[in-house]
Design a protein around this ligand. Structure first.
Ligand code: AMP
Length: 217
């Protein structure tokens, strides 16, 4: 099964993707994590990627598309994948569709999680992540057991450098401008499943499971 997760920053795509990865045994490909790792590399490309991230702007399509298409052809994605944070532009969506069509495949579900802007800003401002295993916490709603230490791998937790109020604003604007049109793109394709991400965690999980055909409680 091939799934893409659509939705604004802070809506909970990563949290749902991590859950689905286990439930569906699919690789979770999060372009944000890929670029954060690249941005720590001591190379011209690493430094260039860091600049985009710190400004809250998108990494250019040609590089992003090249990385993702290569990744989805790796053996562990043979039975499908969960794409989290890709596609984010129409060019990316089209490149993905073209590539899949060539291989006789398609996107089965575009899972679109939504929430009002004030909910997103509140969530993003409390978010803490593990740079090692990419676990996600929130200082207000989902704190780690030990202050700033990852429950999963014990690594020290960090705030993301792109979650200052100013960069968050740019990221939300870029999303509205570049990525929101993809909702119509997948609606036209007939595979959009919409989930209200501002509801309780249980309600969101229930809706997500239903959308991907998992047995619901
Ligand atoms: P995320 O963790 O998904 O919020 O992504 C963090 C940052 O990585 C974004 O603000 C972009 O700078 C970059 N990024 C992630 N995915 C993409 C994509 N599909 N296209 C362009 N830039 C991306």
């Amino acid at each position: 099964m091939n799934i893409v997760l659509l939705g604004p920053p802070g809506v909970g795509k990563g949290t749902q993707a991590k859950r689905l990865r286990t439930a569906l045994s699919l690789p979770h490909i999060a372009t944000g994590d890929v670029f954060r790792t690249m941005s720590t590399e001591d190379s011209d490309l690493g430094r260039e990627v860091l600049q985009y991230l710190n400004r809250g702007e998108y990494v250019p399509d040609p590089l992003t598309i090249q990385i993702v298409l290569k990744r989805i052809h790796e053996p562990d994605a043979g039975k499908g994948f969960l794409l989290d944070g890709f596609p984010r532009t129409e060019a990316q969506a089209q490149a993905l569709d073209d590539d899949m069509r060539k291989n006789g495949s398609k996107i089965d579900v575009a899972l679109y999680i939504t929430a009002p802007q004030e909910v997103l800003v509140r969530r993003l401002s409390g978010r803490i992540i593990c740079p090692q295993c990419h676990a996600i916490y929130n200082s207000a709603t989902n704190p780690p057991r030990r202050d700033m230490v990852c429950d999963v791998c014990g690594h020290e937790l960090e705030r993301r450098t792109d979650e200052t109020p100013e960069v968050v604003r740019t990221r939300l604007e870029t999303y509205a401008h570049e990525t929101e049109p993809l909702v119509a793109y997948y609606r036209r394709a007939g595979n959009l499943a919409e989930v209200d991400g501002s509801r309780s965690m249980d309600a969101v999980e229930h809706e997500v499971d239903k959308a991907v055909g998992l047995q619901v409680r």
